[in-house]
Write a protein that binds this ligand. Structure first.
Ligand SMILES: *[C@@H]1O[C@H](CO)[C@@H](O)[C@H](O)[C@H]1NC(C)=O
Length: 340
């Protein structure tokens, strides 16, 4: 599904809600208020988008929809924070370089960041008619496990994948591990969250057990939620486009056959450790209102801001360390073994 076909559908789809919007970068640093609150620096580097209430400690009792004053997201009532690990390129000489992020087609001009989706049904179901209950103030969740390095482990999660972009519109195939060959237009990292909530807990000690996948089938196939997690919530999805084009010259790649050079900021060279974090922060009832309205990408019930305004929102860095340019090591990790 491409941006263009989604836009065309907006003309024909009646009462359906599918939000798809761009958010610029808020900050790139070693901060993780969900998994490592108060820890400065946190173990690995993140790239964060959303509202400027983002900080080392985020008390779930504080309504960030009320305390934030700007957001890097297109819908200006969305002060949520969304984050993932950061992708690095490792040169065969051992040095590492942060891979830049670029926006999806349709969001040109946005400074890095991600594309965020909230869906009522799978993308193939144009009607988007299933009722969903929006997340509530104080809600948080995590999907994926930073320490995983095998497919067997990563299978615990559904739909955390990569798309090797031939061009900006490539959407398949998706793989669970990093692409093994250079990807002309970049690597898109896709993170889809579980869609069934226990209806009681806004968070849980592992930030996951208050959420579950459908009991049978999938969200896309309309599978029912289990009795333990009966509340169907929107499917939240992140697309991050890592612009690998400056690193596609294979003379810089590892010499060993079949080895690829990209590494997540927690030291994962497989891709199986991909993860996404979410701290809800829509203002008032704006997300529920949008999900109950005829919102197909464009959403008249929500306030929108220009990309130039989005790009202006930022937060001061808490952790001061170099994350750009050629580095000896990924921030927080040991330098890689050097090769002459
Ligand atoms: C590795 O190569 C890059 C790109 O040419 C260079 O900037 C960097 O200094 C090199 N690192 C080492 C350790 O030689």
């Amino acid at each position: 599904m491409h941006w263009n076909s989604l836009t065309a559908l907006a003309l024909v789809a009646p009462a359906s809600a599918l939000l798809r919007f761009g958010c610029s970068q808020l900050v790139v640093e070693r901060v993780d208020p969900l998994v490592n609150p108060g820890v400065s620096p946190s173990p690995h580097l993140h790239q964060i988008i959303g509202g400027n209430a983002f900080q080392l400690n985020m008390d779930p009792k504080v309504d960030i929809g009320e305390t934030a004053t700007c957001t890097t997201c297109q819908f200006s009532e969305d002060f949520s924070n969304y984050w993932t690990a950061v992708l690095f390129f490792q040169h065969r000489n051992g040095s590492v370089h942060r891979v830049p992020q670029i926006p999806n087609a349709g969001f040109e001009g946005s400074a890095g960041g991600m594309t965020v989706y909230y869906m009522q049904d799978g993308l193939a179901n144009y009607a988007q008619t299933s009722k969903v209950t929006a997340f509530k103030q104080g809600f948080r969740m995590l999907v994926g496990e930073a320490s995983y390095r095998t497919k067997a482990e990563a299978k615990r999660f559904r739909q955390i994948t990569y798309t090797c972009l031939e061009n900006i519109g490539t959407r398949f195939p998706e793989t669970m591990d990093f692409p093994k060959k250079p990807c002309k237009a970049g690597i898109m990292a896709n993170v889809r969250f579980p869609t069934c909530w226990d209806g009681k807990n806004l968070d849980s000690p592992d930030h996951m057990s208050h959420m579950a996948y459908p009991e049978q089938g999938t969200f896309e196939s309309g599978g029912p939620c289990p009795a333990s997690h009966p509340v169907r919530v929107p499917q939240l999805m992140y697309e991050t486009i890592w612009d690998t084009s400056a690193f596609n010259d294979q003379s810089m790649w590892p010499e060993e056959e079949g080895k690829q050079p990209f590494v997540w900021s927690m030291g994962d060279k497989t891709g199986f450790g991909s993860h996404g974090d979410y701290v809800f922060g829509w203002k008032g009832d704006s997300l529920q209102r949008a999900m109950d309205s005829p919102c197909y990408v464009n959403c008249p019930t929500l306030k929108t801001q220009s990309i130039a305004t989005q790009n202006k929102c930022s937060v001061p860095k808490v952790v001061t360390e170099e994350v750009d340019g050629w580095l000896d090591a990924i921030p927080g990790l040991m330098p890689a073994e050097k090769k002459a």
